[in-house]
Design a protein around this ligand. Structure first.
Ligand code: FAD
Length: 438
């Protein structure tokens, strides 16, 4: 519980970034008000139309938070799965699993990965070894080159890029190789595959993020005396000189606090800012230059064909990956993500069904029902060359305004880990105490 003299913080936006900021703040004794314009909190992460998230072993901030919420990686809530690739000859190959520590793990897994030719495996392992020994560097100009150019310069031919690297890039960053900066690709691959300490375990939650993330945080916030307000939209930041003095809500009321944490998307943040700050500060101007990559999500259900979740990365085509998820009602949920630039078409359900049959995920006789064909123009941040400098750090030029969100500069693609890291950083800055444990 917080004391009466504690500093007050107003957190705008109750997605993963806002929730983790609010949780870390109440843990440190601050008085928090958390508001979200939606009726239920969780943002993109709590949205049932989105695919079940894939959590990676290297997402340390996520696991530290989930463990504090009593959902550690080994809890029955999560099931480990492997990565599968569909090759140009239609074969499905699995990225091998090993229990060895790295670098032995990489030698074992890459050495046995049938998705690469023997010579490609050998070249990749030699390059990784040089990288670990420090005799090879990733390069200083990677942020200004596309991932496609970079991989070509490393000798990875087009078919390898299409079969392996592009699906990996799409899965880890939401961006295809042609438009993605080489730096963003290397940054996304490093904690999963490229470092000595990489952790490529993939965990799929068996139930909705509301069960293991959103509700447990809300429960702890309420028990700590935080004021949680759904259906409360912030409309405008009020200011005096370079200081936020309050937030005007849709109903006209004004909320005031000592500190303000913006945990809304970049598009929503720029709409809240005074015009004067947008023209005066490069920090805010650069935020207004961030752009999204549209993507679509097609969802189908069928009676259960597997009890284990599966994650299959696809080469070029209308879909970049398919996830299979066992549901509590005895059905399987199939979620297919469209590649960037693919527009939603009326026959996406039919194309998805054909793909599920062609990959052997369902039999031709299996009856499937289309339950969703949604396009989300804002869901993924474009990580094109030159984007890195536009992603803001948490401290803004306004002393009592901090900025959180998966899209901020955390060193991660705009994913759940990035959202949580950004929220926790805001809490550390406000409280003046680094987060080591909850
Ligand atoms: C299709 C899809 C698949 C994904 N898959 C994965 C995955 O497999 N693994 C992974 O790690 N990540 C994944 N992500 C990413 C992850 O879910 C998002 O990055 C995460 O939700 C971002 O969190 P956030 O808190 O920054 O923003 P958001 O979740 O967008 O939350 C922002 C919140 O702010 C609220 N808001 C906006 N404007 C206002 C306002 N004016 N006043 C009050 N409230 C406001 C919104 O209602 C929202 O709740 C996926 C995302 C999508 C869209």
């Amino acid at each position: 519980m917080t004391g009466p003299g504690a500093q007050t913080v107003l957190v705008l936006g109750g997605g993963p970034a806002g929730l983790s900021a609010a949780y870390a703040l109440v843990q440190r004794g601050l008085r928090v008000t958390l508001l979200d314009r939606a009726a239920s909190l969780g943002g993109g992460f709590g949205d049932e139309r989105q695919p079940p998230p894939t959590l990676l072993g290297c997402h340390h901030a996520t696991w530290r938070l989930l463990t504090a919420l009593e959902f550690p990686p080994r809890s029955p809530e999560f099931q480990q799965t492997g990565l599968e690739f569909r090759l140009p000859d239609e074969r499905i190959v699995r990225y091998p699993h090993s229990r060895f520590p790295t670098p032995l793990h990489s030698l074992f897994t890459i050495g046995r990965f049938a998705g690469l030719s023997w010579s490609a495996r050998w070249r990749l392992l030699s390059w990784l070894e040089e990288l670990w020994e420090g005799s090879s560097e990733l390069g200083t100009d990677l942020e200004y080159r596309t991932a496609q150019e970079w991989l070509t310069s490393l000798g990875h031919d087009v078919s390898l890029q299409q079969a392996i690297w592009n699906p990996l890039a799409q899965w880890l960053t939401g961006n295809g190789l042609r438009m993605l900066s080489a730096d963003a690709l290397a940054g996304a691959l490093a904690p999963v595959f490229l470092r000595r300490s990489s952790d490529s375990r993939i965990m799929i939650p068996l139930r909705s993020p509301n069960v293991f993330f959103v509700e447990p945080i809300l429960d702890r916030l309420r028990r700590s005396g935080a004021d949680v307000r759904p259906e409360t939209q912030a409309m405008q930041l009020l200011y005096r000189q370079e200081h936020v003095t309050g937030v005007r809500l849709r109903d006209g009321t004004v909320l005031e606090a000592d500190w303000y944490v913006s945990a809304v998307s970049y598009r929503h943040l720029t709409a809240l800012l005074p015009e004067r700050w947008l023209t005066r500060f490069a920090y805010f101007q650069q935020i207004s230059e961030l752009t999204p990559v549209p993507r679509g999500v097609v969802r189908l259900v069928a009676r259960q064909v597997t009890q284990a979740p599966r994650l299959m990365l696809l080469r070029e085509g209308p879909f970049q990956r398919v996830q299979v998820h066992p549901k509590e009602d005895g059905q399987n949920l199939f979620t297919l993500i469209t590649t960037d630039g693919q527009r939603r078409q009326a026959d996406m359900g039919e194309q998805a069904t054909q793909l599920l049959q062609a990959t052997g995920l369902i039999r031709p006789s299996t009856e499937v029902s289309l339950i969703g064909n949604d396009e989300d123009a804002d869901s993924v941040l474009s990580l094109a060359p030159g984007t890195k400098v536009r992603r803001p750090i948490q401290t803004s030029p306004i002393a009592n305004l901090l900025v959180a969100g998966s899209w901020t500069d955390t060193g991660w693609p705009a994913n759940l880990e990035s959202a949580i890291v950004s929220g926790e950083r805001c809490a550390s800055i406000i409280s003046g105490t680094p987060l080591t444990a909850y």
